[in-house]
Ligand binder design. Structure first.
Ligand code: PGA
Length: 239
């Protein structure tokens, strides 16, 4: 079970350090089988090996070691912190930052070349959702253009755009239908759900047979709340 915290542009360097210390202490005492990942803001990166129970990841990178790409960070900067985990294809980068499928595929290939663990995000807009289940699946499959699904360090996060940050998660039966369909073609790739996950809905979402974890934004920002989410995931795992 993967439980991942996506900070987006939240927390400072200082509050990120406090958060990670508290989380690592919690995980030290509370032994869990969950794979816990945190994706802080790049300016708050800390050495990944400081936190033995948490995998630190990058929300973004440019597919290059270093070079002339103003404002971006590359492999050299991630390597300095021992970061080997990345998010790729998040809808906020696809929509707000206009990342094309072509660039996303390049980032994916670069991450794969570097042997990084990838959470690859896909998700449909409200308009696509309104077109019905078939159009949702057609859209989601199109987000796999140029993506090697045979990469062994890949997990996929299904995050309907209309459920992200809105406080309204997708209905459990709708999540099940999408994840079951993805699972039938993607075999053993771990599948996560994301989009307004919280302490109320996490248990039923993680109990779905095709769901292997959650990618959490808002509800991960408070470390005590994130620890509760990990406990919920652990309870599902034990069943
Ligand atoms: P949210 O964000 O939990 O705040 O909806 C999830 C995400 O964007 O990964």
């Amino acid at each position: 079970m993967i439980v991942a915290a996506n900070f987006k542009i939240n927390h400072t360097r200082e509050s990120t350090a406090n958060y990670l210390e508290a989380l690592n202490l919690f995980l030290d005492a509370y032994s869990t089988l969950c794979d816990v990942r945190v994706y802080p803001v790049a300016s708050s990166f800390l050495r990944a090996d400081l936190y033995s129970h948490v995998k630190l990841g990058a929300q973004n990178f440019y597919p290059i070691i270093n070079g002339a790409y103003t404002g971006e960070i590359g492999a050299q900067q991630l390597n300095e912190f021992g970061i080997k985990n990345v998010l790729i294809g998040h809808s906020e980068r696809r929509v707000a930052l206009k990342e094309t499928q072509e660039l996303i595929a390049k980032k994916y290939a670069f991450a794969k070349e570097n042997g990084w663990e990838i959470i690859y995000c896909i998700g449909e807009s409200k308009d696509v959702r309104d077109g019905g289940f078939e159009s949702v699946m057609e859209y989601l499959w199109s987000e796999f253009d140029g993506i090697d699904i045979n990469y062994e360090k890949l997990s996929i996060a299904y995050e309907p755009i209309w459920a992200i940050g809105t406080g309204v998660s997708a209905k459990v039966e709708d999540i099940a239908k999408v994840l079951d369909t993805l699972k039938s073609k993607l075999n053993d790739i771990p599948l996560l759900y994301g989009g307004s996950v919280n302490t109320e809905n996490l248990f039923s979402i993680l109990s779905l047979k095709s769901c292997d974890g959650a990618l959490v934004g808002n509800a991960s920002l408070d470390v005590a709340n994130f620890c509760k989410l990990i406990q919920i995931a652990q309870n599902v795992q034990k069943q």
